[in-house]
Ligand binder design. Structure first.
Ligand code: DOR
Length: 422
């Protein structure tokens, strides 16, 4: 048996424990254990590997921005051990054949465990794609990659969800309310895709259609959005960008994302809700574009920013400063996304779960620097921010990253699908 020892986050508290691992699965948890292979991390902290249910690894078709190897390398180094990849790759992951091909293309490059979103445009897609994807994605508005559906089709799509076992993530911005203009600044971008009209309207409509609780709202950005969702029973995610940055940031086109960064009051409201545990999921919307692409004029620059390597380090750094509770972080980045998206074996350190572990040393405070990161993007919106990067990351018991470098590559696997019902 292999043993990993340290201060483990176990049943809601940090305790000095030994995790006994066989075949990549935690078999026993005790104060001390003997084992043939031992990692003793002393007073360092063992947390569940992060589960990021919103990444764009750009493979196939857009691999100048990222590929599945580099995206999942960045994830592993940052303590994220499971990801769900979005369908706005080229070609779009919108049919059984394309999902099968995408799976075959990315599997040999995966450094963390993964699943795929199927892109949905019509109600028929829901049953058709169920055997091939972990979850569905509906883009209500165009953002990047040309995969927007029509809002008129959404009620019909929602109606078919009760027949299947997978969740639907909705990019909830209502494009009929957009006010296109030539944009030069982050406030321009916010005005063009307004919070009240764009996100507020979309979410009020969505809630009025009484969707099932398997609807998940992607990257919430605003106070009106929060209000629209109150009591509606849908799950919701927030990104590190919308939680920690706003449109006053000095980022220019590097801060251009969809939905846009909002005024400070929105960020504050979102952070408060998140810190109080009212936001189900912390997901990155890791959306890499190269430095050259982001260096275009503001108006022409593509929306999106890389975040998968920095989310856990940034947030764990905030936990250590006393700005966020560890319980909220582990729930939002590990346990809840795994449960909502049916990712069995993921999201907590318990007997029977995969030994996916991020090891943190609270003394290892550093500053985020682009040159140290692994995404092909080559930049970060959090340049210079304080963070605590993991000392080591284990994927099903294998040491896959250590000291901010990949240690063993291509260990990632397709996460088994929850049974199909269609
Ligand atoms: O900013 C964004 N970029 N928002 C999205 O919804 C898509 C993403 C991308 O794929 O670049």
């Amino acid at each position: 048996m292999m043993v990993i020892q340290g201060r483990a986050y176990y049943r809601g508290a940090l305790r000095g424990l030994a995790l006994g691992i066989e075949d990549g699965v935690i078999r026993v948890v005790k104060k001390t254990l003997r084992g043939d292979e031992r990692y003793d991390f002393g007073d360092r902290i063992l947390l569940p590997g992060g589960v990021d249910v919103h990444v764009h690894f750009r493979d196939p078709g857009l691999t100048q921005k990222e590929d599945f190897f580099t995206g999942s390398e960045a994830a592993a180094v940052g303590g994220i051990t499971s990801v769900l990849d979005m369908p706005n790759t080229q070609p779009h992951a919108t049919s059984p054949d394309r999902l099968k091909e995408k799976r075959a293309t990315v599997t040999p490059k995966a450094n963390v465990d993964f699943g795929l979103f199927g892109g949905v445009l019509q109600r028929e897609d829901i049953a058709r794609l169920e055997p091939y994807c972990h979850a569905y994605k509906f883009y209500w508005a165009e953002s990047f990659g040309g995969l927007a559906g029509s809002g008129e089709d959404l009620p019909g799509i929602l109606g078919t969800l009760r027949d299947v076992s997978r969740p639907l993530t909705v990019h909830a911005e209502d494009p009929t309310t957009f006010r296109p203009r030539t944009e030069e600044t982050l406030p321009d971008h916010h005005e063009a895709r307004g919070a009240e009209a764009g996100e507020g309207n979309a979410l009020r409509k969505l809630v009025s259609w009484h969707p099932s609780d398997r609807v998940h709202v992607a990257h919430l950005s605003s106070r009106v959005g929060l209000e629209a969702l109150r009591g509606a029973g849908l799950s919701v995610e927030a990104t590190p960008m919308h939680l920690l940055l706003d449109m006053t940031a000095d980022l220019g086109s590097h801060g251009k994302v969809n939905p846009p960064l909002r005024p400070p009051a929105d960020r504050e409201a979102l952070w408060k809700a998140f810190a109080e545990g009212q936001v189900d999921v912390l997901a990155t919307d890791h959306a890499p574009h190269t430095r050259e692409e982001k260096g275009e004029t503001f108006d022409n620059a593509p929306p999106g920013a890389p975040n998968v390597e920095t989310v856990y380090p940034l947030m764990f750094g905030l936990v250590q400063r006393g700005d966020l509770s560890l319980d909220v972080l582990v729930r939002a980045l590990c346990r809840r996304p795994a449960a909502l998206f049916g990712l069995r074996g993921k999201g907590s350190l318990e007997v029977g779960m995969d030994a996916d572990i991020a090891v943190f040393d609270p003394r290892e405070r550093s500053r985020i620097r682009s040159r140290d990161l692994h995404s092909k993007a080559g930049w970060t919106p959090f340049e210079g921010w304080e963070a605590i990067f993991p000392t080591a990351t284990f994927l099903r018991g294998t040491l896959v990253a250590e000291a901010r470098e990949l240690e063993e590559d291509r260990q990632g696997r397709w996460i088994p699908l929850a049974a199909s019902t269609a």
